[in-house]
Design a protein around this ligand. Structure first.
Ligand SMILES: *Cc1c(COP(=O)(O)O)cnc(C)c1O
Length: 372
C-alpha cells in the first residue's frame, strides 16, 4: 500500500489552508502520536489534566481566546454543534434549529442526529448571496427554535452576516444563539461575548493549525451547566461529551500551535488585503467573484466561464485545469472542476498569490485557440 501524500507547493483549497501545522505542532504530532498519549496523568477528566497542562489551556487560554466563560475541545466543529443541539433539544423547549441558508452540511446532519427539525433563512441570491439578520424574525415569531445557528462566515461564499444584530434579535426572543466559526476562530479576532452569542464553535483542523479532528466550543457558565451536565452513572464525566473528547495528538497539535494562532489572528487585516487583491486580479482575467464585494474573508468562490469554455473543447475536458495547475505546483482545485472554483489565499505570500494569478493567465493564454 502506497500511503505517500503529494503535497502541492501552493494549495488553494480553503478547507486546508488554515490547518497547515506549525513546526511546533508537527513536532507534537510525532511526540504525542501514540494512542491515549495524554492520559498518563489523568485523574478522570481530560480537561483537568495538568501534565501536559491541558487544564491551563482549557480553563485560561482557550476561554480567553473565545471570549467565553467556559471552553472545551470536541472532536470537530460538527461535534460541537451537535453537542449543543442535542443538549438543548433534549430540554424540549424547541423542536427545530433555525439556521442561515448558507449553513454547512454538518449543521444539517447534526440537527438530524439530534432529532430536531431544521429551517433555513434563505440568502438574498446572486451575486452576493448575503444573509439578512432581520429575516430570522418571522421564523422566531412563528415558533421558537431550540437553537439559532449562524455560519460566520459561511463556507460557500465566505460572507459575514451581521452577527451582533442577530444576537440581539435572539436575546429579544430568548432563544439560544450559536456562532459557527469554523472559518473564523483561529483566523481572525472573534469573541463570543463581543458578539453577544451564547455559543461559539471552531474547528482546529480547519482554522487553528491542528492535525485534528478537533473542535473548540465556548459558552457561558449558565449554559455549561446544561450542556456539560455530569453523568449520573459515571463519576465526573460530562455526558454530552461522552466523557472525553479529543484525547491525544489531536489536542496536543492544537495546543502546540495555539500561541502562533493567537498571534496570526492579529494580522487578519493583511489576509483580507491579500484576498481582495486576488479577487481583483482574477476578475481582470474574466472570473466573477461571488459573495460579498469587496470581500472580507480569504475564502472566495469564483464563477469561471472562460475556463469552462476551454473545457468544452479541450482534449482533457474539464481535467485540463487541474493538470495545468499541477504542472505549476498549484493544487487544491478538484480534478474536473472548471465552472465555479472555491479558493483561499490564507497565509499565502504576495509572491505566491502572484504566481497563482499568473498561472491562470498563462493557462488561458495557452488555450486561446479554444476560445474562438
Ligand atoms: C468545515 C466546516 C464545518 C465542519 O468542521 P469540522 O471541524 O470538520 O467538523 C462546519 N461548519 C462550517 C461552516 C465549515 O466550514
Amino acid at each position: 500500500m502506497d500511503l505517500h501524500r503529494e503535497i502541492p507547493k501552493i494549495n488553494l483549497n480553503p478547507i486546508q489552508r488554515g490547518g497547515i501545522l506549525t513546526p511546533e505542532a508537527r513536532q507534537a504530532l510525532i511526540e504525542w502520536g501514540d494512542g491515549y498519549s495524554v492520559c498518563d496523568y489523568c485523574g478522570g477528566r481530560l480537561d483537568l489534566i495538568e501534565k501536559p497542562n491541558i487544564r491551563k489551556f482549557m480553563y485560561e487560554d482557550l476561554p480567553k481566546f473565545l471570549g467565553s466563560e467556559v471552553a472545551r475541545t470536541t472532536n470537530g466543529a460538527r461535534e460541537g454543534i451537535f453537542t449543543v443541539m442535542y443538549a438543548l433539544g433534549k430540554e424540549g423547549k424547541g423542536k427545530y434549529v433555525l439556521a442561515d441558508g448558507n449553513a454547512h452540511y454538518t449543521t444539517k446532519v447534526a440537527s438530524e442526529l439530534a432529532g430536531l427539525g431544521i429551517k433555513f433563512v434563505e440568502n438574498l441570491g446572486a451575486p452576493e448571496y448575503k444573509i439578512d439578520a432581520e429575516k430570522f424574525i418571522p421564523f422566531l415569531q412563528e415558533e421558537k427554535p431550540a437553537l439559532v445557528v449562524l455560519t460566520y462566515p459561511d463556507g460557500s461564499f465566505g460572507n459575514f452576516s451581521d452577527a451582533k444584530k442577530l444576537a440581539k434579535i435572539c436575546r429579544d426572543f430568548e432563544v439560544p444563539f450559536a456562532i459557527n466559526g469554523a472559518y473564523s476562530v483561529g483566523r481572525l479576532p472573534i469573541k463570543m461575548n463581543e458578539i453577544g452569542a451564547d455559543f461559539i464553535i471552531g474547528s482546529g483542523h480547519k482554522s487553528m493549525a491542528a492535525s485534528g479532528p478537533i473542535g473548540v466550543l465556548g459558552m457561558n457558565r449558565e449554559y455549561a451547566e446544561r450542556v456539560l451536565a455530569i453523568s449520573k452513572l459515571a463519576k465526573n464525566k460530562e455526558v454530552c461529551l461522552l466523557g472525553c473528547s479529543s484525547r491525544g495528538a489531536t489536542l496536543m497539535t492544537l495546543m502546540a500551535s495555539f500561541p502562533k494562532v493567537v498571534e496570526r489572528t492579529k494580522h487578519w487585516d493583511e489576509e483580507v488585503k491579500k484576498a481582495r487583491r486576488f479577487s481583483v486580479e482574477m476578475e481582470k482575467l474574466g472570473m466573477v467573484q461571488l459573495g460579498e464585494k469587496p470581500h472580507n474573508h480569504d475564502l472566495m468562490s469564483f464563477e469561471t466561464p472562460i475556463l469552462y469554455k476551454i473545457s468544452e473543447s479541450h482534449k482533457k475536458k474539464g481535467f485540463f485545469l487541474h493538470a495545468a495547475l499541477k504542472e505549476r505546483g498549484i493544487g487544491g482545485i478538484k480534478p474536473g472542476k472548471t465552472k465555479v472554483l472555491k479558493m483561499s489565499t490564507y497565509q499565502l505570500t504576495n509572491d505566491e498569490i502572484s504566481k497563482v494569478v499568473n498561472a491562470f493567465r498563462e493557462i488561458i493564454e495557452e488555450n486561446r485557440e479554444l476560445l474562438k
